[in-house]
Ligand binder design. Structure first.
Ligand SMILES: NC(=O)C1=CN([C@@H]2O[C@H](COP(=O)(O)OP(=O)(O)OC[C@H]3O[C@@H](n4cnc5c(N)ncnc54)[C@H](OP(=O)(O)O)[C@@H]3O)[C@@H](O)[C@H]2O)C=CC1
Ligand SMILES: CC(C)(CO)C(=O)C(=O)O
Length: 298
């Protein structure tokens, strides 16, 4: 399959590495400098502390993307999508797979005229070490689902995926993204503001009270059908990632913008449109925005 990956960050480099094992992959970066680095050094992956064999892929700046790949994987942050969507609208001929966390991007996808639009929920952990090296930390799966069109390419992807990098086709994109949204809505802002690792939220009985209340608010706003199942998923992720710092914790610590608008921002809008009171969601949303504001003022 001819695959294009937009974004040479943690997830973009991770997907490029694994997918290039059996496909013809091109990475489209924001800067020409990064594309040159990848072309010069190849793609490097560190897994379990061990450097894997480098792989050769083609890299080019996004300006040179022609939109003629069978599948294009969009691996930019949710708040970086604006610029990318306009390019996709102009040029895309093949299918597009969006990997963003949260639910904020969904309204943007309805604007696309491309026949096949897919969404994904990534359960791997990855960190970019330099312009051409990525570290694969948490080995997981990628769930995918159809937003619009036929699922043929997603089926193909789940059969050709290399071992250690599985793709699972899910029947309902909303349910898939909402499950991840609930996890990110509770764990990410709480860990970022309380400055703790994920596991502290359930091991510290005082933080666990906030954790449960935050979950209840999310469940109310989303009108979740079977809350126990969602709470179980949330607890399992928290236990499995107990020793990790969440991505929002790291973004705040490193003075970077967060994906709070796609996560609690989406729930806040939903709560006000449904006239549901959600004080914790409101407060944690504004705490994170306040932290981002401190960075802008610095
Ligand atoms: N990292 C992880 O472990 C996980 C991430 N995700 C989700 O995956 C998505 C991507 O995250 P992640 O990879 O960590 O983010 P990164 O910030 O590491 O990567 C984003 C990349 O997009 C590039 N980019 C921005 N704008 C453009 C553009 N217009 N054209 C081409 N490239 C562009 C950036 O370039 P530059 O570097 O030059 O600024 C950067 O390399 C997020 O929504 C995140 O929530 C989900 C699960 C796990
Ligand atoms: C699952 C979790 C909460 C793991 O830290 C995550 O997705 C994140 O940090 O963004």
């Amino acid at each position: 399959m001819k695959i294009g990956i937009i974004g040479g960050g943690s997830i973009g480099l991770l997907f490029s590495y694994y997918l290039s094992l059996d496909n013809n992959v091109s990475v489209y970066t924001r800067t020409r400098e990064q594309a040159e680095l990848i072309n010069e050094h190849g793609l490097h992956l560190i897994k379990g502390g061990i450097e894997q064999d480098p792989l050769q892929v083609t890299a080019a700046p996004i300006k040179e993307w022609k939109g003629n790949d069978d599948l294009t994987v969009v691996a930019v942050k949710q708040y970086q999508l604006g610029g990318v969507i306009s390019v996709i609208k102009d040029k895309a001929k093949g299918s597009i797979l969006f990997l963003q966390n949260g639910y904020g991007h969904i309204k943007l996808l309805s604007e696309l005229e491309t026949a096949e639009v897919y969404v994904g929920s990534v359960e791997h952990g990855a960190v970019r070490m330099n312009g051409f090296t990525v570290q694969h930390n948490g080995l997981g799966v990628t769930r995918t689902a159809v937003f619009k069109g036929e699922d043929d390419l997603l089926r193909e992807l789940s059969t050709i995926a290399p071992s250690g990098f599985p793709f699972i086709l899910e029947p309902d994109f909303k349910e898939m993204l909402i499950k991840k949204l609930v996890v990110n809505s509770v764990i990410n802002p709480l860990t970022a503001i309380l400055k703790v690792k994920n596991g502290e939220l359930i091991h510290n009985p005082f933080y666990f009270e906030i954790f449960k209340q935050m979950f209840d608010e999310c469940a109310n706003v989303l009108d979740l059908p079977n809350r126990e199942q969602y709470f179980e998923i949330l607890m399992t992720v928290c236990e499995k990632t107990a020793n990790n710092h969440s991505s929002m914790y790291k973004d705040i610590e490193n003075g970077r913008q967060t994906e709070i608008d796609a996560i609690l921002g989406y729930l806040l809008e939903l709560s006000s449109s449904k006239n549901i009171k959600a004080p914790l969601i409101h407060n944690y949303y504004h705490c994170i925005k306040g932290k981002e504001h401190e960075r802008e003022g610095a």
